[in-house]
Design a protein around this ligand. Structure first.
Ligand SMILES: Nc1ncnc2c1ncn2[C@@H]1O[C@H](COP(=O)(O)OP(=O)(O)OP(=O)(O)O)[C@@H](O)[C@H]1O
Ligand SMILES: [Mg+2]
Length: 342
């Protein structure tokens, strides 16, 4: 186990800043989820920590030791790449043993460690198979075994579950968390799937254009996103802008959102309530119901508010009695107004 810290990392490719002054700490034994749009620098950050990418400026520390002069294989890092490449002509066991290839371990020790790693990913009986004889999730687990067989201090996972379908992905999320807990390894995990990041991580960080926009415990960042990029990237949010007055925020249609002291406010779709009659909620506005979308247990309503869409998420049962279209009220409780600083 180890604590990882990066300080003022800058990496440019031509005119593009893949990392733009990133400073961040990854706690010892924690599960850190890195999120951000495509091209925001997630892979570059992992590669800089691993040592595949040399930053122009800034430093990487593992357990408070600077590692700029430590080569990749000596950093104590296990990595599962974005397109986890298994060798097709090698068996599962040989693929896992490959992680130990450059290390000085005896054959007996190698065998023992490979067996242990396969056990951990629940593939003990699969050692003799070839990758093409495995399912996607099993291949994924071989890649994991290969990364942990070296007993690394830090595990870097670059979208390890992106190739899997939804059901398998959820299974693998549980599996991943179990393995991480079992060996207590400091893990940095990149994903495009914000739900996945929220579920798995003790802390998350959000990158945009090579910059770290926000970081913290998932619930904290979700409940108080502070800027509109984070609010809409992590979860869904409707942003309202207006003019700040003594009593609150005055929107373009004259609606006063009480208590808000910033020019923009965000509201999560799950915190909006729909009704035909004017609701007894201090924050409310009138809109038109455009579309009701059935989604199983949960449903979505799309409203038209001055030509803009407001999305409302709720239990399907809550929407059943609403008309298909026409004027409706949408309301929310004042504590669900998220004031935006940017
Ligand atoms: N070897 C390279 N040469 C040139 N540009 C690169 C190289 N690697 C990354 N970049 C650029 O740096 C930026 C960040 O890339 P990076 O791969 O870190 O993004 P990412 O957040 O991992 O994206 P994705 O979610 O698509 O995997 C992008 O603009 C990318 O085009
Ligand atoms: Mg990437």
């Amino acid at each position: 186990m180890a604590m990882v810290r990066v300080e003022h990392l800058v990496k440019t490719y031509g005119a593009a800043r893949a990392l733009d002054d990133v400073t961040l700490e990854f706690p010892d034994g924690g599960f850190f989820g890195l999120l951000g749009p495509s091209g925001s620098g997630k892979t570059t950050l992992l590669r800089a920590i691993a040592g595949f990418v040399l930053p122009e400026t800034g430093r990487v520390f593992i357990d408070d030791e600077p590692v700029e002069n430590v080569p990749v294989e000596k950093r104590g890092i296990g990595m599962v790449f974005q397109n986890y490449a298994l060798f097709p002509n090698m068996t599962v066991a040989e693929n896992v043993a490959f992680g130990l290839a450059v290390r000085k371990v005896t054959e007996a020790e190698k065998k023992r460690r490979v067996a242990e790693a396969l056990e951990l990913v629940q593939l003990a009986a699969f050692g003799a198979r070839k990758p093409h004889q495995l399912s996607g999730g099993q291949r994924q687990r071989v890649a994991m075994a290969r990364a942990i067989v070296t007993q690394p201090r830090v595990l870097l996972l670059d979208e390890p579950l992106s190739a899997l379908d939804k059901a398998l992905r959820v299974d693998m999320q549980i599996e991943l968390k179990r393995i991480q807990r079992e060996i207590g390894i400091t893990t940095i995990f990149v994903t495009h799937d914000q739900e996945e990041a929220l579920t798995l991580s003790d802390r998350i960080g959000i990158l945009k254009d090579g910059r770290l926009i926000r970081h913290g415990p998932p619930r904290e960042v979700y409940d108080d996103p502070q800027d509109s990029f984070t609010a809409t990237f992590l979860g869904d949010a409707r942003i309202f802008s207006g003019t700040v007055e003594a009593g609150g925020l005055r929107l373009a249609d004259g609606t006063l959102v009480p208590g808000v002291r910033t020019p923009t406010v965000a509201v999560r779709p799950e915190n909006l309530h729909l009704s035909v009659a004017e609701p007894d909620l201090p924050c409310r506005l009138q809109a038109r119901l455009g579309q009701k979308i059935f989604g199983g247990a949960l449903g979505t309503c799309l409203l038209d508010w001055r030509g803009e869409v407001i999305k409302v998420l709720g239990r399907d049962a809550d929407f059943r009695d609403l008309p298909e279209s026409g004027p409706v009220w949408v309301g929310w409780r004042p504590e669900h107004s998220i004031q935006m600083s940017g």
